[in-house]
Design a protein around this ligand. Structure first.
Ligand SMILES: Nc1ncnc2c1ncn2[C@@H]1O[C@H](COP(=O)(O)OP(=O)(O)OP(=O)(O)O)[C@@H](O)[C@H]1O
Ligand SMILES: [Mg+2]
Length: 505
């Protein structure tokens, strides 16, 4: 042990993938008992750097100094043994196991009877309960992981990291599946960890979060470090321009379209699932962006998935351009010109082992098939290329596998897929989750463009500024009920919050 000023130094790290220099001579220095944030555009190399630290990738060059000592981290187990834990950008817990099994996986407490060794379930239960209550997490140790909400799973994963007595915890976009209330809870927990001397490396695309919890910020661009600053030396505008490498005057483009006639009318829609939404009625106009706000459990996703034919409804009516329609499947929905960009890109959207062209044109294949099932490959490539340029998707080639793209770039491919279907009604569920500020602005601009062409957009978002900045009207849901609709000029964060918790105890 030396008395180094830094608990961690990653020095001159480089890492190359075929066709991409993901990290180019990156140096990162982290102090103990601080939150060190990393920001940067999609594909800047943030996750790759952390995977080098956690032993998932081996850097091509550079060294890692932990507590003043040079270390070699060959795999994740070695990282954990060295006191480094990581909460992944895409969560991968063991779903069919219980909370306590997931927590102690690979290191179950044992007891011996003579030559026999048993898992000490009682101890496992006690230890789990102790840890959960320490962090105010209201879950039973025996609950199955698959029964937990995305946010609970997130908290369990963090608890797990803590239980390894980690000195350094890496959080890669931890709030991407949390709502505002849960984010507060997470920040609370981060505060507690800091007091215990833990260093937290925190990756996020949300600048407001950085100002709330980060002590220092390192900004990356194109695989290089732009610089490291104490957060209080920076302003929002400074962060944005350092990240995108140019000045950006505003986070939202001006809304230009004026809503026209009603394109979609939903009347008393009630889910077939009694625990889900009921009696929801609303209208969407041509050229309008209708935002949907609410907390986890407000059934927003279930509502739009039902309109899209993914989930059965018990009663209620849907009218398109004044005519009643019955939508029993996504195929029906697509025929009627409705597109849905889902929230869970891993499970419902991405085909990891297919390439960018295939993933992008998946929903519009009929545009490319001619007589005799002949596929027009040139046109597919051309359309994909124009989407890659339009959304600035960062990929070495159009034939790269989508699983090798950074998280935010995968999200952009999915958006491209639905844009290519030229929908009349575009439903976006958390469309900019995990997307960097520059690209967000581009997506907002595209939304503007689409509404100018008379398309209607429904956008679910848990980011208040996004709802307030982009929606013409904001409809708020609470526990399956529509609790109110706010006009753009009367909406405030506070009003949305109040409606979002209207029926809550
Ligand atoms: N296993 C891999 N194979 C090939 N290329 C990869 C692989 N992992 C990452 N890359 C590439 O390395 C670059 C950096 O990706 P990385 O995931 O680190 O970005 P990021 O900063 O975390 O972005 P995001 O904000 O979108 O999550 C990207 O161009 C990505 O396509
Ligand atoms: Mg990433």
């Amino acid at each position: 042990m030396t008395n180094s000023e830094f608990i961690l130094e990653m020095r001159n790290i480089s890492k190359e993938f075929p066709g991409v220099k993901a990290l180019d001579n990156v140096t990162l220095k982290v102090r103990p008992a601080t939150v060190h944030a990393i920001m940067g555009e999609n594909g800047a190399g943030k996750s790759t750097l952390m995977k080098c630290l956690f032993g998932i990738y081996q850097p091509d060059a550079g060294e890692i100094i932990l507590d003043g000592r040079k270390v070699d981290i060959r795999n994740s187990k070695e990282a954990l043994d060295l006191g480094i834990s990581m909460i992944h950008q895409e969560l991968l817990p063991v779903r069919q196991r219980s909370v306590m099994e997931n927590l102690w996986l690979g290191r179950f407490p044992k007891k011996r009877y003579g030559i026999f060794e048993f898992v000490d379930e009682a101890k496992m239960y006690r230890d789990t309960q102790e840890i959960l209550s320490k962090f105010n997490i209201d879950v039973k140790p025996t609950e199955l992981m698959k029964n937990l909400s995305a946010s609970k799973i997130q908290f369990i994963e963090i608890t797990k990291a803590v239980s390894y007595n980690a000195k350094i915890i890496i959080m890669d976009e931890p709030t991407s599946s949390l709502t505002e209330n849960e984010v507060v809870q997470l920040f609370d927990l981060i505060g507690k960890l800091k007091k215990q001397g833990v260093a937290i490396i925190y990756i996020s695309h949300r600048i407001d979060e950085i100002f709330k919890i980060a002590d220092e910020l390192t900004i990356m661009r194109d695989g290089k470090v732009v610089g490291t600053w104490a957060t209080h030396e920076l302003t929002e505008d400074m962060i944005i321009s350092k990240m995108v490498g140019r000045e950006m005057t505003s986070r939202f483009p001006k809304r230009e379209a004026t809503p026209g006639e009603v394109i979609l009318r939903v009347e008393n829609l009630t889910s077939a699932n009694p625990a889900s939404f009921r009696n929801v009625s609303f209208e969407l106009r041509k050229g309008e962006i209708l935002g949907i706000g609410g907390l986890v459990g407000s059934q927003r996703t279930e509502l739009v998935e039902s309109i899209f034919g993914l989930r059965p409804i018990a009663s209620g009516k849907i009218f398109l351009n004044g005519k009643e329609v019955v939508i029993r499947s996504p195929i029906d929905a697509k025929k009627h010109g409705i597109a849905l960009l889902t929230e869970e890109r891993r499970s419902t959207g991405i085909f990891p082992d297919l390439n960018i062209i295939e993933n992008t044109t998946m929903a519009s294949l009929t545009n490319y098939t001619g007589r005799f099932m002949w596929i027009n490959d040139r046109k597919r490539r051309k359309d994909t290329e124009s989407m890659v340029n339009l959304l600035r998707i960062k990929t070495p080639t159009l034939r790269s596998l989508i699983k090798n793209l950074s998280g935010g770039n995968q999200q952009k491919v999915l958006l491209a897929r639905w844009l290519l279907t030229s929908p009349e009604i575009l439903i976006l569920d958390e469309p900019t989750r995990g997307i960097d500020v520059g690209a967000k602005y581009e997506i907002y601009t595209i939304m503007n463009e689409l509404t100018k062409q008379g398309k209607g957009i429904i956008m679910i978002s848990s980011e208040m500024p996004e709802l307030l900045g982009m929606a013409d009207r904001i409809m708020v849901m609470c526990e399956g009920y529509l609790s109110g609709i706010l006009d753009r000029n009367e909406a405030t964060e506070e009003k949305i919050m109040r409606l979002a918790s209207k029926y809550a105890k």
